[in-house]
Design a binder for this molecule. Structure first.
Ligand code: FAD
Length: 406
């Protein structure tokens, strides 16, 4: 069979590209390394698939990806979160919106999202080859000539779309294979590093609180004395560090040159130092643990009192002023030096990838290889938690699918 378009990788971006290209009448072949499509898509949002975020206009949405986000503006004008929700709705998916504009299937099932894409592709005549890992791309005269799979088969078509994802959660099939193929073609790859990943700290307090979550803290990242980023939201203490949305989002800002980095935690961002002092002063005869437990869980309260060498049954007025100030300092600016990031096995995302200036953002076409398009996480773009990264896959996948046909 002669194909118009071959898509490498049946993740969110590849499936959307295949849906759009096949809808426009192209004969589409999807080569997928794993025995089934959408392995990562199935585990998104803890199996519930936070498929997009509908809280922002396109410009603000793009800004969530940082300065590089403007790359997405053209794509969003064609396939925005609203169009994505509408696309899935037309295929029968009912959605609901949770806090922060996070959109989920009403069924809470990522399987439903995946099944919709698979059946749309099949209905349009798209062909899947599973357990078919591409090993090599052969180029000739600035064009892809053919693809070779690990079992030695070769495939060719008019156009090719790379949607192999990044390097995180490699058990899902995303092992960064495309970086070398693209380098061979002359593309630059911004060094991939783990993103949306937990922090690792060697710290007694953190370790003693394993499993506890706090709903609202402020995390700041400092390089020396200079603040480079901050995030507010929930955290979870792990056996060796911090996870949860605020920590994961902060990890996106971890610099490549990671010298002199520290993370400062404000456990009570809603109260400033002076207000905290006033609260203590107004509750002189109360047990200090009970005063604190109005704001943070008792388990945390006891751990922080212990860290400050304060007896848990002291009343506020039994705590010397200096000790009280010390406690306030720990609560408002708990500093952790030399944080490390958990590696790709724990990272939800890859930061880095194909340099954006080498891809036409109106079409997703490579500016180097004329019949090659690129979409999804393999691009040098990464967003925060909340449905932004799947939307990146839908938008760029849609554009690539459409422009592989025109
Ligand atoms: C645990 C977890 C939860 C997440 N939850 C959310 C969420 O709720 N909302 C959100 O917006 N984002 C979420 N993300 C991020 C989101 O899943 C990714 O951004 C998105 O899946 C990227 O899609 P993609 O198609 O670019 O790549 P992928 O989904 O990684 O797909 C790439 C595909 O290419 C295939 N492939 C790779 N190499 C080859 C090869 N050589 N030959 C053939 N096929 C190959 C892979 O097997 C894979 O199927 C989550 C990520 C993780 C890890």
């Amino acid at each position: 069979m002669i194909f118009d378009v071959i898509i490498i990788g049946a993740g969110a971006a590849g499936l959307m590209a295949a849906t759009r290209a096949s809808e426009l009448g192209a004969k589409v072949l999807i080569l997928e390394k794993r025995a089934a499509p959408g392995t990562k898509l199935l585990i998104t949002g803890n199996g519930r698939c936070n498929l997009t975020n509908n809280s922002l206009d396109n410009r603000s949405f793009a800004l969530k990806f940082g300065k590089k986000g403007s790359f997405l503006l053209s794509g969003l004008s064609k396939f925005s979160p609203a169009e994505t929700i509408d696309f899935f709705f037309r295929q029968g998916l009912k959605t609901k919106v949770e806090d922060g504009g996070r959109v989920f299937p009403l069924s809470n099932s990522s399987r439903e999202v995946l099944d919709i894409l698979i059946s749309a592709i099949k209905k349009n005549g798209g062909v899947f080859n599973f357990s078919s890992a591409v090993k090599k791309i052969v180029y000739q005269d600035n064009k892809v000539k053919e693809l070779v799979t690990i079992d030695g088969k070769s495939f060719s078509a008019k156009n090719y779309i790379i949607t192999t994802g990044g390097k995180s959660y490699s058990a899902t099939g995303s092992t960064g294979d495309a970086y070398d193929w693209l380098k061979t073609a002359g593309h630059n790859i911004v060094e991939p590093m783990p993103s949306l990943t937990p922090f690792i700290f060697q710290d007694k307090l953190i370790k003693s609180l394993e499993g506890l979550s706090l709903k609202s803290v402020k995390l700041s990242m400092l390089a020396g004395n200079k603040k480079i980023a901050s995030e507010e939201g929930a955290i979870i203490f792990t056996d060796n560090g911090l996870s949860g949305p605020a920590a994961l989002n902060l990890s996106r800002h971890y610099p490549r040159d990671n010298e002199n980095i520290s993370v400062v935690i404000d456990f009570l961002p809603q109260i400033n130092e002076r207000e905290l002092e006033n609260i203590f002063n107004g509750k002189n005869n109360f047990l200090i643990k009970n005063v604190l437990a109005e704001f943070v869980p008792m388990r945390f309260t006891l751990a922080i009192l212990d860290l400050c060498h304060l007896e848990k049954n002291l009343t506020v007025n039994q705590v010397a002023r200096q000790d009280r100030n010390n406690l306030i300092k720990y609560l408002k600016a708990f500093s952790l030096d030399k944080p490390e990031l958990a590696d790709f096995t724990k990272a939800m995302l890859t930061k880095g990838g194909v340099e954006l200036k080498e891809i036409d953002n109106r079409t997703m076409k490579s500016k180097i290889i004329s019949n090659l398009l690129v979409a999804g996480e393999v691009l040098d773009l990464d967003g925060p938690t909340g449905g932004y990264n799947l939307q990146l896959a839908w938008t760029t996948g849609y554009l690539a699918g459409e422009n592989s046909v025109i």
